[in-house]
Design a protein around this ligand. Structure first.
Ligand SMILES: CC(=O)N[C@@H]([C@@H](O)[C@H](O)[C@H](O)CO)[C@@H](O)CC(=O)C(=O)O
Length: 309
């Protein structure tokens, strides 16, 4: 890697993909979306085309158009645009990596392919290497999300020695719940100055204690402001306030989960809270009834106004 690295830290919004009522990508929402994140949530980095963004349900061409729109509108407003390039076909991932480099993205990330799965960490490391060579100057992150990919071997095993294969490797987005493995990732990353970003929003405090450098998640789209307060309280050593904020956050997510909380519901909730017209999800996800999203959005607003703390 030749260019200087800006370490990825703090809150990163895993963005939703705006669609029209007809199910086409709606690029006109990206500009206002960025303004909302920066001005209302104080969230200045984004992770696009990931799980929340239904990346695996989009075509390669749609993913390119979205990446271009985020980079273009985010210029001078966002700190980092990380483009998720994971696909079932390595050729598609390579093409998306090459494209991300050509449009000035700040980094790329890959999940493991999940139809034909890598048999072990060595195979996954090779996959990551072969993608990274199409964007050798872009920071590369491994996106560990075993609940979605079914690829559950330790992320720490994937990291072990990867610096020799992937010079552009910069860290891991850890969307698993195994704190032992997460801790091993943080420990290994220390000597390489890599970033470990946590992706289970309702469990962030546990990950902060282990030393993660930031967090990537869907809820930072509409609760970024509150979680930024939690990060500040943690940095100031105010354990009582940090816990109160995490408990309030857990109460919101528990409430949402009890009503059925998936990407589809989450997307409609974001539309209700932000006023952005994000549209429906793409099949096989089914649209969420507006009334359900409104109940969750109200809970989020109560929390944001300090009513659950
Ligand atoms: C399975 C899932 O969607 N996990 C979310 C979380 O942010 C999740 O929505 C949150 O913790 C609420 O459970 C993120 O890890 C996903 C993510 O970062 C992404 O969209 O790439």
């Amino acid at each position: 890697m030749s260019r200087s690295i800006r370490k990825l830290t703090g809150l990163v919004a895993a963005t939703f993909t705006p669609l029209t009522a007809e199910g086409e990508i709606n690029l006109s929402v990206i500009g206002p979306y960025i303004d909302y994140l920066v001005e209302n949530q104080n969230v200045k980095s984004v992770f696009i085309n990931g799980t929340t963004g239904e990346g695996c349900s989009l075509t390669v061409d749609e993913r390119k158009q979205l990446a271009e729109a985020w980079c273009q509108h985010g210029k001078d407003k966002l700190e980092q645009v990380i483009v998720h390039v994971g696909c079932m076909s390595i050729k598609d991932s390579q093409e998306l990596a090459r494209h991300a480099a050509s449009i000035g993205a700040d980094g790329i990330a890959v999940i493991s392919p999940s139809f034909f799965k890598p048999v072990n960490a060595d195979a996954l490391r090779l996959f990551i290497k072969e993608v990274s060579t199409f964007a050798p100057d872009l920071p590369m992150y491994y996106y560990h999300i075993p609940s979605m990919t079914g690829v559950a071997f330790d992320a720490a095993d994937v990291l072990n020695g990867i610096e020799q294969l992937v010079p552009s490797f910069q860290g891991v987005k850890y969307s698993g719940t195994d704190l032992r493995d997460l801790g091993q990732c943080v420990r290994y990353s220390q000597s390489h100055n890599w970033s470990v970003l946590f992706g289970v929003d309702e469990q962030l405090l546990g990950a902060l204690v282990l030393g993660v450098h930031g967090a990537v998640g869907s809820t930072y789209n509409y609760l970024g402001c509150i979680v930024n307060k939690m990060l500040a309280a943690f940095d100031n050593g105010n354990h009582v306030q940090t816990r109160a904020l995490q408990f309030g956050f857990m109460e919101v997510i528990t409430f949402a989960k009890n009503l059925g909380f998936d990407v589809s519901v989450n997307k409609q909730v974001m539309s209700e809270v932000s006023g952005l017209a994000l549209g429906p999800p793409r099949l096989p996800l089914l649209p969420c009834p507006v009334s359900k999203a409104q109940v969750i959005a109200q809970k989020i607003k109560d929390f944001s106004q300090g009513n659950l703390i």
